[in-house]
Design a protein around this ligand. Structure first.
Ligand code: SF4
Length: 335
């Protein structure tokens, strides 16, 4: 790995930033109920996306600041034309040695092999139900079979890490927890149960919130959960394995037990806004800097200054209230 870092990005709380989540589009081919407020179709959100050239320039600036992992998100990143070529170019950025993607998986089956050849190391697929009708109800699209084919294609292509992200919603998919856990028995995949977060106004529903401790108790009824050591780029998930299973099970307690003290990430929206937290508004407008012809050094300095505004932890939220806290819609951030 070529050394590219100059001064590491460290915030006021001594957290080192090594992970950048980069949204490349707000467009999506789904309209998930917990992302797109009821009745709002998932358009591009009026988002004027940065060019791939600008996104590569920004990625290089972050790599020089010690960022080593980049996760490409959306909206749905695979709907953006030229995404495979962009992933290949991003994989060439010196210093970035972990390239990941978050997708809804609907288009993954036909792209998994080319993404692997492009240098993709990890893919997280968002899937909240194995029930075809329910899938269509939650996402507004009859695409479950495509997603399952996409998962198999990602495993077949040999992408190092294939994970399934399940947002647990009471009364929606909490009747399938055992089925998701059972999926890890014969599949070399990591299924992660994620707490529904009070993020997007009009999409958050406190009545659907279920803490992962309750999810874990349900899974433990299936058999002993053997703790697994945390992988290098594993993020905040607590990982276990059911005895004899090929795959793993993760629990992400974003509401009940936050992990802000170890936050190592920054986010960029598709239109070039830098967010220092999932729940914060824009801390820096990278697009206007790029349009002003700012140098890499100037942008680097601006990023470091913006980082000094990163809070210690997200606002405490009471999961019982219908008070969503996100300041930028989830489809502009990609989680
Ligand atoms: S809520 Fe914000 S500060 Fe906390 S882990 Fe997430 S991004 Fe980091």
């Amino acid at each position: 790995m070529q050394e590219n870092a100059t001064t590491p990005l460290i915030d006021r709380f001594n957290r080192r930033i090594e992970y950048l989540r980069m949204s490349v589009t707000s467009r999506c081919n789904l309209s998930c109920s917990y992302c797109v407020p009821a009745g709002k179709l998932s358009d591009n959100g009026g988002c004027d996306m940065l060019s791939f050239r600008d996104l590569l320039f920004i990625a290089d600036v972050f790599a020089r600041l010690g960022v080593r992992k980049v996760r490409v998100t959306g909206g749905e990143p695979l709907v953006r034309k030229g995404i495979e070529k962009f992933i290949a170019q991003l994989a060439e950025t010196p210093g970035i040695d972990r390239l990941a993607l978050t997708t809804n998986g609907v288009m993954l089956a036909q792209m998994a092999h080319s993404l692997k050849s492009a240098g993709l190391k990890a893919v997280n697929v968002s899937l909240d139900t194995f029930d075809r009708e329910k899938y269509a109800r939650v996402t507004g699209h009859d695409g479950l079979n495509n997603v399952l084919s996409g998962l198999n294609a990602a495993i077949d292509a040999g992408i190092e890490s294939v994970k399934l992200n399940v947002v647990v919603m009471k009364g929606v998919n909490d009747d399938e927890l055992e089925k998701f856990a059972g999926y890890t028995i014969r599949n070399k995949i990591q299924v992660r149960f994620i707490e529904f977060m009070p993020h997007t106004k009009g999409a958050w529903n406190a009545g659907q919130y279920m803490p992962v401790e309750d999810v874990k108790k349900r899974i433990e009824a299936l058999g002993a959960l053997i703790p697994c050591s945390r992988e290098q780029w594993g993020g905040p998930a607590r990982i276990y394995r059911l005895d004899g299973a090929q795959g793993e099970i993760g629990f992400i307690s974003a509401v009940s037990r936050h992990f802000c003290w170890e936050c190592n990430r920054l986010r960029i929206t598709a239109d070039g806004k830098l967010l220092t937290c999932l729940f914060e508004g824009s801390a820096l407008d990278l697009r206007s800097l790029l349009e002003s012809g700012a140098s890499a050094e100037r942008i680097s300095t601006a990023i470091k200054e913006a980082l000094m505004g990163k809070w210690e932890a997200r606002p405490g939220f009471d999961s019982n209230v219908n008070d969503a806290q996100g300041q930028v819609a989830m489809r502009h951030i990609g989680g």
